[in-house]
Ligand binder design. Structure first.
Ligand code: P6P
Length: 339
């Protein structure tokens, strides 16, 4: 269903009028993040022409080699957000600790978390990448903000979204009243509403997982994927297709657009890490979007948005997408636990 072509600002104003979930500071935060994503898109689109490809010769807190664009995107988001008075602090995949708004600026009511450029292993090969963001409310009204203030379950998010830098540059957003998509009109330089009330089909024939890790998976995940691979002749009675872009934003965008199940499960290589993906700025924001679009998001056993974080850069196993498929995977885990 095509949506009336309105701008992001008009959408936010009208949503506030209708639902009241977008007070002034949150509207400013969303518009500032959206503007920062436009600036990141310009850098990403330069590629070789902008001397922005390749590594920066440093590692992030995850021990991952940082790409030049990882650092550029992080700096764009920090600089865009710290002066507006709409947030108190920011947390990023690219920074060991939180960045508190400097004293020269007023603090606002929100906390912003982001993965400034997710999927950066795809940057140098021109495959879609993206910025993921999560918005929490500041719960402690003192000036002193610490990492503990960020450790809220994902169900407490005020907003979440991502921007995918692909053939189109698209901003996907929820404030808890469904999911809307905005496409960047490069001639006007504005975000235009192109879809709202996004819905993920409850069933699918498409799964997304990195098959090269199969020997490390837990039995329930292996059982589920084996059944998908068995196709029509197997217990599922239908053939499945597979996609793995290795860019969570691109894989999730496909699932929001046409359904599917995405899995980055626990694997026995690093059992204490629970999984590869990060809870606060990947799983929680994507989880909020997927649930708002009628999908389901678990760590294999529990709803991810219910999990109580203990660390800013905590990792988690992720199973998300078409409700009936995610429920099946969860059921296989709970059956295995009873054995
Ligand atoms: P693998 C990108 O580095 C990322 O964090 C997600 O965007 C993506 O889904 C996953 O890792 C890909 O991991 O092990 O397949 O390279």
């Amino acid at each position: 269903m095509s949506s009336k072509r309105i701008s992001l600002t008009q959408y936010l104003v009208e949503q506030q009028r209708e639902h009241g979930h977008i007070p002034g500071q949150l509207r400013l935060l969303i518009e500032v993040v959206a503007r920062a994503c436009k600036r990141i898109a310009i850098q990403v689109n330069k590629g070789e022409l902008g001397d922005v490809l390749g590594t920066a010769g440093s590692e992030n807190v995850q021990g991952e080699v940082q790409k030049k664009l990882d650092i550029i995107a992080n700096e764009v988001l920090i600089e865009a957000n710290e002066w507006g008075g709409h947030l108190a602090a920011m947390g990023s995949e690219e920074m060991d600790s939180i960045h508190v708004v400097p004293n020269r600026y007023p603090q606002g009511e929100y906390l912003l978390l982001f993965d400034p450029l997710d999927g950066s292993s795809n940057i140098d090969v021109n495959v879609s990448i993206g910025t993921i963001f999560s918005v929490l409310r500041k719960v402690n009204n003192q000036r002193g903000i610490s990492e503990e203030d960020f450790l809220q379950p994902g169900k407490q998010q005020a907003a979440a979204g991502y921007c995918i830098y692909g053939p189109q540059t698209t901003l996907v957003l929820t404030v808890g009243d469904g999911v809307a998509m905005f496409t960047l009109d490069r001639e006007q330089g504005s975000w235009v509403l192109t879809q709202e009330n996004v819905q993920i089909p409850a069933d699918t024939k498409e799964f997304a997982i990195n098959m090269s890790n199969m020997r490390h998976w837990d039995a329930p995940v292996k059982r589920y994927i084996d059944e998908c691979l068995a196709g029509k002749e197997g217990p599922r009675g239908k053939d499945f297709n597979m996609r793995w872009i290795a860019s969570m934003v691109a894989d999730v965008h496909r699932i929001l657009t046409r359904g599917g199940i995405f899995m980055y499960p626990w694997d026995k290589r690093e059992p204490e890490k629970a999984g590869k993906l990060r809870l606060m700025y990947e799983a929680n924001p994507m989880g909020f979007l997927v649930e708002q679009a009628g999908g389901m998001v678990t760590n294999g056993r529990q709803r991810i948005l219910d999990l109580q974080p203990t660390k800013l850069h905590e990792r988690v196993a992720v199973v998300l997408g078409s409700k009936n498929e995610v429920e099946r995977v969860t059921c296989y885990h709970l059956e295995a636990d009873k054995q």
